[in-house]
Design a binder for this molecule. Structure first.
Ligand SMILES: C[S@@+](CC[C@H](N)C(=O)[O-])C[C@H]1O[C@@H](n2cnc3c(N)ncnc32)[C@H](O)[C@@H]1O
Length: 301
C-alpha cells in the first residue's frame, strides 16, 4: 500500500505519541513503520503468520533503545492482549480513554469476527478494556464499515449497527480504494475508529442484546414484530411478541431498520422482564431443532 495511505490509517487513530499501540496482523510491518515514527511508548505486534516474524524482528532491532517492541506470534482471535500492556496505563472506565490504541488492517473475514468478540469483551470490561475505554482503529470491507456506522432509517442498518453503537462511539473515518492494496481486494476498504461508551445504551448482557437484535433483524423487510416473534416458541409467539411491543411502547409495524437504539433498549428490557417471568423461554433458539416448551400463557400472567 502507498506510504501516504498507511500514514492515513495510523493518523485516524489520533495522537499515539507515548501511547501503548497494539497492532494486530502487522504482516511485513508496513503500518508498523509508520506507528514507530510517531514515537509510541511501546508497540505490541500480534501476527499469525510466522513467515513475517523475522522481518518484524529486524524492524524491532532497528528501533531498539527508542521504542520497546513486543512481537507475539499468534492468532488475535485467541490472544488476550492485556498480558502485554503495562499496568500503569490503566484508567477508570468513566475517565477519558487510556493511552492505548488497538490498530489493525486484518483480512476482512477476521476483522468482522474480531469486532464482535471485542464488543463482548468491552461489555464485560475484559482484556484491553480492563484498562479503561481503549480505542480501536480497524479496517473493514467498505459495506461492513457502513453497516457499523448506519443510523436509524439508513438502508444499511442491521444487527451489527445496533451492537457496535450500543457499546461504542463509531466513527467512520474514510474509504481507501481497493486498488491501493496489494494483493488487490475486490472491494473498497473503510477505516473505522471505535471508542467505548461510558454507559451502553442497552445495559443488559451481550448475548441477550445480540439475540434480540438478531431475531428482530432476521426479517429485514417485514414488520419488526415478525422477527421478534421468533424469540419465542410457536405456541406463544404472537402473544409474547405483542406483549413485548406493548411493554416497550413500540408500534409493531415499525420496520427493523427504523428502530432507534433507545427503542431497542426498551425492547430488550421488555424481553428481559418476560424471561424473568418465564425463565423456560430464555434458552429458546429459533434456529435449533424444534422441541415443545410447556408455557401456559393464560395461567401465568
Ligand atoms: C491484509 S494483511 C495486512 C498487513 C499489514 N497490516 C498492512 O496493512 O500492510 C493482514 C495480516 O494479518 C495477518 N493475520 C490474519 N489473520 C490473523 C489473526 N487471526 N491474528 C493475527 N494476525 C492475522 C496476516 O497474516 C497478514 O499479515
Amino acid at each position: 500500500m502507498e506510504p501516504r495511505l498507511i500514514d492515513k490509517i495510523v493518523r485516524a487513530a489520533g495522537s499515539i505519541e507515548n501511547n501503548v499501540v497494539c497492532e494486530v496482523g502487522p504482516g511485513p510491518g508496513g503500518i508498523t513503520r509508520s506507528i514507530i515514527q510517531q514515537a509510541p511508548r511501546k508497540v505490541i505486534l500480534i501476527e499469525k503468520d510466522p513467515r513475517f516474524i523475522p522481518t518484524l524482528e529486524l524492524l524491532a532491532d532497528a528501533c531498539k533503545g527508542s521504542v520497546d517492541v513486543d512481537i507475539i506470534t499468534g492468532d488475535i482471535l485467541k490472544t488476550d492482549v492485556s498480558h502485554f500492556i503495562p499496568k500503569d496505563v490503566k484508567r477508570e472506565w468513566t475517565d477519558p480513554p487510556p493511552p492505548i490504541n488497538l490498530i489493525g488492517n486484518l483480512p476482512f473475514s477476521v476483522s468482522t469476527i474480531l469486532i464482535i468478540r471485542w464488543l463482548e469483551m468491552i461489555s464485560k470490561k475484559e482484556g484491553a478494556w480492563a484498562f479503561g475505554r481503549t480505542r480501536m482503529t480497524l479496517t473493514f470491507q467498505k459495506e461492513v464499515a457502513e453497516r457499523m456506522a448506519a443510523s436509524i432509517s439508513d438502508k444499511q442498518r442491521c444487527r451489527l449497527s445496533v451492537m457496535c453503537q450500543n457499546w461504542c462511539n463509531v466513527n467512520y473515518k474514510f474509504n481507501i480504494p481497493g486498488h491501493a492494496f496489494l494483493p488487490k481486494p475486490e472491494v473498497d476498504v473503510g477505516v473505522v475508529t471505535l471508542t467505548p461508551l461510558k454507559q451502553p445504551i442497552i445495559n443488559l448482557p451481550f448475548k441477550m442484546v445480540e439475540k434480540v437484535a438478531r431475531q428482530i433483524f432476521s426479517m429485514r423487510q417485514k414488520y419488526s414484530i415478525r422477527g421478534c416473534q421468533t424469540l419465542f416458541p410457536e405456541e406463544v409467539r404472537e402473544e409474547m411478541a405483542l406483549r413485548m411491543y406493548k411493554m416497550a411502547e413500540i408500534d409493531p409495524v415499525t420496520r427493523p431498520f427504523q428502530i432507534a437504539n433507545g427503542e431497542f433498549n426498551r425492547l430488550c428490557e421488555a424481553y428481559n422482564e418476560i424471561i424473568k417471568k418465564y425463565p423456560e423461554l430464555e434458552n429458546y433458539d429459533f434456529r435449533a431443532p424444534k422441541k415443545k416448551i410447556d408455557v401456559t400463557v393464560e395461567a401465568k400472567v
